[in-house]
Design a protein around this ligand. Structure first.
Ligand SMILES: Cc1ncc(COP(=O)(O)O)c(C=O)c1O
Length: 388
C-alpha cells in the first residue's frame, strides 16, 4: 500500500472510507482542516439535525459533566426522569415506557427482544430495501445482501416482504409473528415513502395476528420529515417506536419506546451499562427543548416543499425521480450518484447517497434559508452539468 492509500488514523474503517478531515462546526456548516467552509447537506447522516455543535446542547453537556457524568441505570436520576417525561409528552398517550441505549442499532435490538420477549414468538417481518442497523439482530432485519452475506448465518426467523405491498405483508404475518418492523420512510434504502394504506394495513394485520408493530424512526424521527414523528402524518400509532440519531442533538443515544401493556407481557431481561446516562439525557432535554421551541418540524416541512418545487424543474434526461418528506429527500438519477456527490463537494456542499443512484439530502434542520437555497442551486447545477 502506498502512503497515499493509508487511512489517516488507526481506525478500523469497516469498509467505509473517510473523506475530508472536518474539525469544527457552526450552524449547518463545517470547517475542514484547511479552513474551508462546507455546508452540510447530509454529512451528519441525520444525527446533526440541530447542527453538529449546537450551543445549547453543548452547554447542557458541559454543565451535566461537571455535576454527574455517569450513573448506572440501577439508580434513579432526575435528569433521566425529566428526559423521559419530555419525550413521552411529545408522543401519543398509549406510550409510557422507554428503554434507553446508545445508538440506532441498539434501539432496534431492544425492539426485537421486547417483541420476542412479550409475545413468546420468533418471527420478524421486515421490508425489502429496509435498513435497521448492523449488529446481528438489526442486520437480520436489514435487506441489502452485501451488508448481510459476509456475516451469515444471521438470526433465524427474519423475513422480508416488498415495501408498500399490502397483500405480501398480509400473507407473511401469521400466528408465529412477534414483530412487524417498518420504516415510515426508508432512508438508507433510497428514500421511499410508505403509503398510508400500507401503514394502516400493517397496523391491522399486526392486531389480527397478535404481533407487535414497530416503526423504525431512527432516521425519520424528531422533526426530520415535517412532523415530530413521521407516523403522525398517517395517524397510525405503533406498539414500539425506535429512535436515535438526533434525539440527543448529536450525543449518542437510542430509545425504544413502547407501552406499559407490552412491558407487562415481557419475559426476560435487557440492559445497557451506558443506556440512559445523565450526559445523554441532559443533551436529550436540551435537544427536545430546542426542537420544539424553534419549531423545527414546521421548518423541515417548509424547506422540504421549497426543495421539491425547485427540484421538480431538473432536466429529466439525468433524473428518474425526486422523493421524500420534509428534509429527507432522495434524488434518483439515471446513473451512479458518486460523481455528483464529488461535484457537490467541489462546490462546498457535503451530501451522501442512499444506494448507488440516489443523492440523499438530509441537512441539519437549522440550515439557514440562504445555505439551503445555495445547496439546491448547486444540486440543480451538478445535475444539469452531468456531475462536472
Ligand atoms: C432507519 C435506521 N435504523 C437504524 C439505523 C442504525 O443506527 P446506528 O447507525 O445509530 O446504529 C439507521 C442508521 O442509519 C437507520 O437509518
Amino acid at each position: 500500500m502506498s502512503d497515499a492509500a493509508l487511512p489517516p488514523s488507526a481506525e478500523f474503517a469497516g469498509g467505509t472510507h473517510a473523506r475530508r478531515t472536518l474539525v469544527r462546526a457552526e450552524g449547518a456548516a463545517f470547517w475542514d482542516d484547511q479552513g474551508r467552509r462546507l455546508v452540510d447537506l447530509g454529512a451528519t447522516h441525520g444525527a446533526g439535525s440541530l447542527g453538529a455543535a449546537n450551543p445549547e446542547v453543548a452547554a447542557a453537556v458541559a454543565e451535566q459533566a461537571r455535576t454527574l457524568l455517569y450513573l448506572g441505570s440501577g439508580y434513579e436520576n432526575p435528569v433521566r426522569t425529566r428526559f423521559l417525561e419530555k419525550l413521552l409528552a411529545l408522543l401519543p398517550p398509549s406510550f409510557g415506557r422507554v428503554f434507553l441505549s446508545n445508538s440506532g442499532t441498539e434501539a432496534v435490538e431492544a425492539g426485537i427482544k421486547i417483541a420476542r420477549g412479550a409475545t413468546g414468538r420468533p418471527k420478524v417481518v421486515a421490508a425489502m430495501r429496509g435498513f435497521h442497523g448492523r449488529t446481528l439482530g438489526a442486520l437480520s432485519a436489514t435487506w441489502r445482501r452485501e451488508l448481510r452475506e459476509p456475516f451469515e448465518p444471521l438470526v433465524p426467523e427474519f423475513y422480508h416482504v416488498p415495501f408498500n405491498d399490502v397483500a405480501a405483508l398480509e400473507a407473511a404475518v401469521d400466528a408465529s409473528t412477534a414483530l412487524v418492523l417498518l420504516e415510515p420512510v426508508q432512508g438508507e434504502g433510497g428514500v421511499h415513502v410508505a403509503t398510508g394504506e400500507y401503514l394502516r394495513a400493517a397496523r391491522a394485520v399486526s392486531d389480527r395476528s397478535g404481533a407487535l408493530l414497530a416503526f423504525d424512526e431512527v432516521q425519520t424521527g424528531v422533526a426530520r420529515t415535517g412532523r415530530m414523528f413521521a407516523f403522525e402524518r398517517w395517524g397510525v400509532v405503533p406498539d414500539v417506536l425506535l429512535l436515535a440519531k438526533s434525539l440527543a442533538g448529536g450525543v449518542p443515544i437510542g430509545a425504544t419506546v413502547t407501552t406499559p401493556e407490552v412491558e407487562a407481557r415481557f419475559r426476560g431481561t435487557h440492559h445497557s451499562t451506558f443506556g440512559g446516562n445523565p450526559l445523554a439525557c441532559a443533551a436529550g432535554i436540551a435537544a427536545l427543548d430546542f426542537t420544539v421551541r424553534e419549531k423545527l418540524a414546521e421548518r423541515a416541512e417548509r424547506l422540504g416543499s421549497l426543495a421539491r418545487q425547485k427540484l421538480a424543474t431538473l432536466p429529466p434526461e439525468r433524473l428518474r425521480e425526486v422523493r421524500g418528506l420534509g428534509l429527507l429527500i432522495g434524488i434518483e438519477l439515471r446513473e451512479k450518484s458518486a460523481p455528483y456527490l464529488a461535484a457537490l463537494e467541489r462546490r462546498g456542499f457535503l451530501a451522501i447517497s442512499a444506494g448507488a443512484t440516489v443523492i440523499r439530502l438530509i441537512p441539519p434542520l437549522v440550515i439557514s434559508d440562504e445555505d439551503w437555497s445555495a445547496g439546491l442551486d448547486a444540486v440543480a447545477e451538478v445535475v444539469a452539468d452531468g456531475a462536472r
